[in-house]
Design a protein around this ligand. Structure first.
Ligand SMILES: [Zn+2]
Length: 427
């Protein structure tokens, strides 16, 4: 057994150039989301490669999902290879979409240049490098033990960056992320190669509107400013809500440490006349002001209380501040997800990190959400974590990169962990 494990590690080392080439090929397809471009090309590249490794490959277009259209089809790929005898199924899932390029790049974002041991480009870190490492890991396993026990799956899925509804959520609703089909799911998101990510905090996005009455700007006393009403909301947030959130600490091992508490971001605010004009503004009292809030919450909190905290402040203002009227609409919500650190998939990855890197793994929780939520909530599969190469802080940044050494190390970790799970670890 030990000898075979060592063979897998050596094989992966021997595939270093292939791993770089695969990462570069994936990055060179600009799968920018929104709107969700070139998903099909990227899914085909993955599917054709895995078909050569004798996987049974399915392309699943998420017909009817948000954003799916003939122009921007949400094409996912799911590949499965049965082993030679019964056993567990290990699934590697990577999202194929990347966020917009943005400004500030020194490198061509889709040329995937290799320089000084790094591959630069949009999606190198988040997370085509991780997906390539998972593919090379399973190929090395298959070459080492073609009649392995259980089954291996790899999926490349759409839309993670916009919520995953045309990707993992859509597939989970069709049984792709549930038992008995799948037992263990590893998502190679860039959490650093020595960390096993158990889950993520919860999210509540909402749109808040305050209302007023228009009047001439020279006689504001004849109107009622929706912007001043929103100012009162912000003041109450500063005085009451932010201090309370700072006191709400979590036992979840969230990284970075600053996110080990409840947080609130004001994503956007707008009141009065728009800025899409040239020239001087009209003198008007604003009759509406809108704000989008992004509240991240902890496993120790529940969503009902999280919403009530905000609504209580608004209702109090409505009772005490003359003319105050508001409307609060939910935009998006995700409950926190956290896999047990004794779950077989977490234990297998941690021990593989120690074997490959020679130091103990750190268990962490992500400040933001990722597709684990759908595996947990829709697939009802608790045995899911994120593990992958790439430095978390580089995700979504200009000049995003992944180090080639990290790709190789993470592929070795994923291969050893999958090996242990296939051979019955935790059963
Ligand atoms: Zn990602």
């Amino acid at each position: 057994m030990k000898a075979l494990r060592d063979t897998v590690l050596r094989r992966i080392e021997g595939k270093r150039a292939d791993l770089v080439a695969l990462t570069r090929a994936l990055v060179s397809i600009p799968t920018v989301n929104p709107p969700g471009e070139h998903y099909e090309d990227c899914a085909r590249l993955i599917g054709e490669r895995l078909a050569r490794a004798r996987f049974e490959v399915r392309f699943e277009r998420a017909v009817g999902a948000v954003g799916d259209s003939d122009r921007y089809p949400r094409v996912n790929v799911v590949a499965r290879r049965e082993g030679g005898r019964p056993g567990a199924t290990v699934h590697f899932n990577g999202h194929i979409d990347v966020v917009a390029v943005g400004s500030g790049w020194q490198h061509d974002p889709f040329a995937a240049e290799v320089r000084d041991g790094r591959i630069y480009g949009r999606g190198t870190c988040d997370m085509k490098g991780g997906l390539a490492a998972a593919i090379v890991a399973v190929e090395a396993l298959l070459e080492t033990e073609p009649a392995f026990p259980g089954a291996l799956e790899v999926s490349g899925t759409a839309d993670e960056e916009s919520g995953g509804y045309g990707g993992v959520a859509w597939l989970a609703e069709r049984g792709y992320f549930s038992q008995p089909r799948v037992d263990h799911v590893i998502i190679p998101e860039p959490l650093n190669k020595d960390r096993v990510c158990l889950g993520h905090r919860g999210v509540w996005w909402a749109k808040l509107e305050t209302f007023g009455r228009m009047a001439h700007g020279s006689m504001p006393f004849l109107g009622d400013s929706a912007i001043r009403h929103m100012g009162a909301v912000l003041q109450a947030f500063e005085e009451e809500l932010y201090p309370r959130l700072a006191r709400q600490r979590t036992d979840m091992p969230v990284v970075p440490e600053g996110a080990r508490q409840s947080t609130l971001n004001i994503n956007a605010i707008h009141g009065g006349q728009g800025e899409d004009f040239d020239g001087l503004p009209a003198p008007l009292v604003a009759d509406a002001c809108r704000l989008v809030l992004d509240r991240r919450f902890l496993i120790e909190e529940n969503l009902t209380d999280v919403k009530a905290e905000v609504r209580d402040i608004l209702d109090r203002l409505a009772g005490t501040r003359p003319g105050f009227r508001y409307r609060l609409d939910d935009l998006f919500e995700v409950v926190p997800s956290m896999t047990d650190r004794d779950a077989p998939v977490a234990v297998a990855l941690a021990s593989a990190v120690e074997s490959v890197l020679g130091r103990p793994a750190q268990f962490v929780v992500s400040p933001g959400t990722y597709d684990q939520k759908h595996v947990d909530r829709i697939g009802r599969l608790r045995n899911c974590v994120a593990y992958g190469p790439g430095i978390l802080d580089l995700a979504h940044q200009p000049d995003e990169y992944v180090a080639v050494d990290d790709l190789v190390d993470a592929a070795q970790v994923m291969a050893l962990a999958a090996w242990d799970l296939l051979h019955g670890a935790g059963r």
